[in-house]
Design a protein around this ligand. Structure first.
Ligand SMILES: [Ca+2]
Ligand SMILES: [Ca+2]
Ligand SMILES: [Ca+2]
Ligand SMILES: [Ca+2]
Length: 424
C-alpha cells in the first residue's frame, strides 16, 4: 500500500482508517545528499539544504502519513536497526518502524484527538519506560488538543507483542497544551508517578497507573490524574532529574509565555511526592518571556548541568543560551554559551536532545529551530557550539539514533511528513 502524499488529508486519513491498526507499508525512500555539488539527488529530499558543515549527510529515513510532531528512537535488541516512534499531527497518531526494515511502518494508534477529521491534535511527547516495573516497557504519548481547544491527554501502552493499551487520562484542566513528562518512583513496588505541566494556566498534574478491585469483585486498571499545583505563569517544560547534585531527584518545571515571567522552578521530592515550595529558581532577573531547558550530565564530571534557552518575547526576540551548574545550596556556575536572534536559536518542544555522536563517552546537546537550523553544543570541542546545517524548511522534533553497530551514530529529524536522518 503506497500512501500518496498528494491525497487530501481527509483522503489519507480515510485510507489509514480503512486499514485499521494493521501494519501499513508506507513508501520509503532513502537518498544521500552531497552539499558540495548542485546536482539533484536521485530522489530529492523534501527540503533544500542551504548550509552543511562538511562531512555530514542527510537522507530520508521514512515518510509518514501526516506531519511529524514527536520523535523517539530506542535500541531494538532484535535487529540492527533503531526502533523509531513517531507522533503526528493534525489527526494525532503514533507509529513505529524499524530503521533497518525499509517498508513496514506499524500504527500504534490513530486519531488521538477530540475530532479526528477537521480537528488538530498534536502528539507532543513520546517516552519509552517501564513505569510499572514489571519488566516490559511502556510507551507514553502526550497530546495537545488544539482544535477544537480541549483537554490534553496522556496515553499509555505496554510494548509487549502485540502492543497493549493500558490507559488514557484526560485531566480536567483549563490548558490544552502539554509540555513534557517526568517520572518519580513511588517506592515499595508501586511503580512510578508521572508529572507534566501545561501551557496557558500552568497546572501541575500527576498521573498514576494503578490496579484496584472493588468489594463486589470488579477489577480496574486506571490511569488516574490529579492536579497537585499551579505555576505562577504558563507551564513550559517538565523534567525530573537530580538537578542540584545532592543525590535526590528533583522536579524541574519551566514557566514562561509571559514577558518577564520566564523561570525554571526546582522542587525537592521524597517518598511522599513533591514538596511544592521551590528550593531553587533560575529566572535571570526576570529579563525573559520564555525558557526551554534540558538538564543532563555534561563534561564527564558526574554533575548535572542545565542548558537553558531564554528569549525576550513569547517565542521570539533576543535569545541567550546559558549553562548552569547547581549544588545543594543553589547556583554554583553560570556561563553564557551564545546569544542572538531567537529565530535562529530558539528550540520548541522536542527540538532539544542529547547524543554522543562520535561514541566518545561524552554527551553533546543537539538542538533545532523551526527556522531550519540544527546546532551542536559539545563542551569537549574547541568550537563549543556550532551550526551543523540549515535546511530551507521548518524543522520539527529531533532525537538521537542509538544504534551504533557500524560505529557511527546519527540523529533523526522531523521535517513535515518526513523523518530525516543526519549521519556521517
Ligand atoms: Ca511495564
Ligand atoms: Ca536533588
Ligand atoms: Ca557536568
Ligand atoms: Ca561525544
Amino acid at each position: 500500500m503506497k500512501l500518496n502524499g498528494k491525497l487530501s488529508r481527509r483522503g489519507r486519513l480515510a485510507t489509514i482508517m480503512s486499514l485499521g491498526i494493521a501494519t501499513i507499508a508506507i513508501a520509503s525512500v532513502s537518498t544521500s545528499f552531497d552539499p558540495g555539488t548542485d546536482q539533484d539527488p536521485v530522489i530529492p529530499l523534501p527540503c533544500k539544504v542551504d548550509f552543511f558543515e562538511p562531512g555530514w549527510n542527510i537522507s530520508v529515513s521514512r515518510k509518514m502519513p501526516e506531519d511529524v510532531s514527536a520523535l523517539l528512537a530506542v535500541e531494538d535488541p532484535s535487529s540492527f536497526g533503531d526502533s523509531v516512534f513517531v507522533g503526528t499531527a493534525p489527526s494525532g497518531g503514533v507509529y513505529r518502524y524499524n530503521s533497518s526494515l525499509p517498508a513496514a511502518t506499524n500504527s500504534v494508534a490513530l486519531g488521538l484527538g477530540d475530532r479526528i477529521e477537521n480537528g488538530t491534535c498534536a502528539v507532543s511527547c513520546l517516552v519509552v519506560r517501564d513505569i510499572d516495573h514489571d519488566g516490559t516497557d511502556e510507551l507514553l504519548a502526550e497530546t495537545c488538543q488544539i482544535t477544537p481547544a480541549g483537554r490534553p491527554r496522556l496515553y499509555v501502552w505496554s510494548l509487549s507483542n502485540p502492543v497493549i493499551p493500558r490507559g488514557v487520562a484526560r485531566p480536567q484542566i483549563n490548558s490544552s497544551w502539554s509540555h513534557g513528562l517526568g517520572f518519580l518512583d513511588r517506592g515499595t513496588g508501586r511503580g512510578e508517578s508521572i508529572f507534566s505541566t501545561y501551557c496557558g494556566h500552568g497546572e501541575i498534574v500527576e498521573f498514576q497507573l494503578s490496579r484496584e478491585s472493588s468489594a463486589d469483585g470488579f477489577q480496574y486498571e486506571t490511569l488516574g490524574w490529579r492536579k497537585i499545583g499551579q505555576l505562577p505563569a504558563s507551564g513550559e517544560g517538565t523534567q525530573v532529574i537530580d538537578v542540584d547534585n545532592d543525590g535526590r531527584l528533583d522536579v524541574c518545571l519551566a514557566t514562561g509565555f509571559a514577558v518577564g515571567n520566564a523561570a525554571i522552578h526546582v522542587y525537592s521530592t521524597s517518598e511522599f511526592g513533591i514538596d511544592l515550595q521551590p528550593i531553587h529558581i533560575l529566572n535571570e532577573g526576570n529579563r525573559f518571556g520564555n525558557v526551554k531547558f534540558k538538564a543532563l550530565e555534561l563534561a564527564g564530571d558526574a554533575k548535572t548541568d542545565v542548558l537553558a534557552w531564554w528569549c525576550t518575547d513569547l517565542a521570539d526576540g533576543d535569545c541567550e543560551v546559558i549553562r548552569y551548574q547547581l549544588g545543594p545550596n543553589g547556583l554554583e556556575q553560570r556561563e553564557v554559551i551564545t546569544h542572538g536572534d531567537a529565530g535562529s536559536l530558539w528550540p520548541v518542544d522536542g527540538q532539544i536532545t542529547r547524543q554522543d555522536m562520535e561514541n566518545d563517552g561524552m554527551s553533546e546537546v543537539w538542538f533545532a529551530t523551526t527556522n531550519g537550523d540544527l546546532w551542536r553544543y559539545d563542551p569537549s570541542r574547541q568550537s563549543v557550539i556550532s551550526r551543523i546545517c540549515h535546511i530551507g524548511k521548518t524543522l520539527g522534533p529531533i532525537c538521537g539514533a542509538p544504534n551504533s553497530f557500524d560505529q557511527t551514530k546519527g540523529l533523526y529529524i522531523g521535517c513535515g511528513e518526513f523523518v530525516l536522518k543526519l549521519s556521517r
